[in-house]
Ligand binder design. Structure first.
Ligand code: FAD
Ligand code: SIN
Length: 546
């Protein structure tokens, strides 16, 4: 059987992966694979919007400054500038593709200026949106454009298992030449070769018990890149969104109530109606997310209450229905009318600020391997991502990766003699009880010990438990390589280990990482960079030649 091949293999079909596919498709043949349906990923659920400087009173300098402040001293200023400068062009690109962003006056069909909303950390109205369902509007348009393109092949229910690598032409250099894909319908793993590979697999928030993220967010790209020999960084900065709907009967996937609700005047209050945030930060309800989530956590523990409340009733029913139709309808379906009552909310895991280390061209340490979107660590977010900077990062770095791949394509060839496992027949997992137990145990340990407030003792407890679960998953995996749940557990356990390692390494509190043992913020900000044992090639290997 011949090994299938493609010019560029893109793993992931969110905003990052599909933007890259569209940017490349005129020049080469692209294959996009995703492990669920095409539209299942965090992108589709994005609510608030995409940050971009589009108002005459705003400036790129101000967007940069707000991002740096939210990032608590750890952002890479170059990455921040690179991203902020490209915001308006990214919105123009989406708009030209057909995304109907809300315009001033509320009419998405008019040609007037975009309506800009506000979110935490932004000192201006700067968030372009499609009512409160921005992700769906973006997803639908990107999917339609990709489906219609003759050079883009879309493979749903194909799960990347591992990257295929081999030695590069330069001494000590490793390169990526493809990936092993598990076809979930037939249960077999097959090798795919590509001239270039891009990881666009999203984040890892499902490492926590309670999360706003969909099921696919299991950190697969981060784990695969780490196993293949790439550096990862700043994984201790897992972002908890302050306002997820508190519905105890709902299970572990929680519904997000957009920060834009606070941007449009919503206030966090205690059960007796007392405003919460004024005592914690002069920016009040629109302080950066780390500060708001920590304040809620503090008040819930101090008062022994299961949630706090988000109250926007004063804006009136018409305004609320017009600006937040999705949130309003979804809450109503659960019996909560936000026009008449404050919504019960709690923080939940939401965003992975760290990830696979890349440069401004989205290159990783492995030659021909790119990482884009939530799976990457570009340096944009520092110790705390500012609201609505994530979709922007997906778009900007997809374009950067496309430019780099495009320029390098003439020199890139398919390489078939890689160090790869042969394609294999289905081997399902014989016993699922241990698998399910370990899934729950891992996510609960991370929730209880590696949450909003940490301590060395809690982190060490987590480290011991996670190490055991990871080693059991590795052992189980070698025998049963077609079980997607086991593969996800293996990846989640790997990422959990990396999160804890980064957290133990950081002996200060900064941004999203708050530890009782080191409440101070050090004067000098340092990234937590982890280097895999497999990294035999020189550091900064992303300066590939050719
Ligand atoms: P995703 O959109 O998550 O896509 C990941 C893709 O990778 C999926 O196709 C998945 O199937 C695939 N995949 C994963 N593993 C594998 C594998 N092993 N093999 C094959 N395929 C795989 N950000 C903003 O900027 N503004 C917002 O308003 C906003 N709101 C949000 C609201 C919610 C509820 C959530 C959850 C997030 C929100 N975010 C927001 C964050 C933002 O949506 C995400 O960071 C962004 O969409 C990530 O895009 P992505 O392309 O990197 O990954
Ligand atoms: C939200 O709408 O609150 C989510 C925005 C984000 O995560 O950037």
């Amino acid at each position: 059987m011949t090994t299938p091949s493609t010019d560029v293999l893109i793993i992931g079909s969110g905003a990052a992966g599909l933007s890259l596919a569209l940017r490349l498709a005129e020049a080469c043949e692209v294959t996009v694979v995703c492990k669920a349906s095409l539209d299942e990923g965090s992108t589709r659920y994005a609510q608030g919007g995409i940050s971009a400087v589009l108002d005459a009173t705003d400036s790129v300098a101000s967007h940069i400054e707000d991002t740096l402040v939210a990032g608590a001293g750890l952002c890479d200023p170059e990455a921040v500038r690179f991203t902020a400068e490209r915001g308006a062009a990214a919105i123009a690109w989406l708009s030209a593709l057909g995304v109907a962003f809300t315009r001033q006056g509320g009419d998405s069909a008019s040609a007037g200026p975009f309506h800009l909303t506000r979110e935490g950390g932004h000192s201006h109205r700067r968030v372009v949106h499609a009512a409160d369902a921005t992700g769906k509007a973006v997803s639908d348009v990107l999917h339609a454009a990709c489906r219609a393109h003759p050079h883009i092949r879309l493979l749903e229910r194909h799960m990347a298992v591992d990257l295929i690598t081999r030695d590069g032409p330069r001494r000590g250099e490793r390169m990526c030449v493809g990936a092993q894909l598990l076809d979930l319908d037939i249960g077999a793993v097959q090798s795919w070769h590509a001239r270039s590979v891009a990881l666009a697999t999203g984040g890892a928030s499902r490492v926590y018990l309670y999360t706003s993220n969909p099921e696919v967010a299991t950190g697969d790209g981060i784990a695969m890149a780490w196993r293949a020999g790439c550096r990862v960084a700043n994984l201790e900065f897992m972002q908890f969104h302050p306002t997820c709907l508190y519905l105890p009967a709902q299970g572990s996937r929680v519904f997000l109530v957009s920060e834009a609700v606070r941007g449009e005047g919503g206030r966090l209050v205690l059960p007796d109606g007392t405003p919460l945030m004024d005592r914690f930060d002069p920016r009040g309800d629109l302080a950066p997310r780390d500060i708001v989530a920590r304040a809620i956590d503090h008040e819930m523990k101090r008062l022994g209450i299961p949630c706090v409340y988000l109250d926007i009733r004063h804006r009136g029913a018409d305004f609320i229905r017009a600006h937040f139709p999705t949130i309003h309808a979804q809450c109503l379906a659960w019996g909560l009318d936000m026009t008449e009552q404050p919504l019960p909310v709690v923080p939940a895991a939401h965003y992975t600020c760290g990830g696979v280390v890349t440069d401004l061209r989205a290159r990783t340490d492995l030659k021909n391997l790119y990482a884009i979107g939530e799976t990457a660590h570009t340096g944009l977010h520092g110790a705390n991502r500012m609201a609505s900077n994530s979709l922007l990062e997906c778009l900007v770095f997809a374009e950067a990766a496309a430019d780099d791949i495009h320029a390098r394509l003439p020199g890139l060839s398919l390489i078939a003699d890689a160090d790869e496992a042969p394609s294999s027949a289905p081997k399902p997992c014989a016993e699922t009880v241990t698998l399910h137990h370990n899934w729950m145990e891992l996510r609960r340990a991370m929730w209880d010990y590696v949450g909003i407030v940490r301590s060395e003792e809690r982190l060490l407890r987590a480290q011991r438990r996670v190490a055991l679960i990871r080693s059991e998953a590795e052992v189980q995996w070698t025998g049963h390589n077609s079980d997607p749940d086991l593969l996800e557990l293996r990846n989640l356990a790997t990422v959990a280990e990396l999160i804890v390692r980064c957290a133990l390494q950081r002996r200060e509190s900064r941004g999203l990482h708050y530890t009782l043992d080191h409440p101070q913020t050090d004067p000098h900000a340092r990234d937590s960079v982890l280097i895999p044992d497999a990294l035999s090639f020189p550091l900064h290997a992303m300066h590939w030649e050719g």
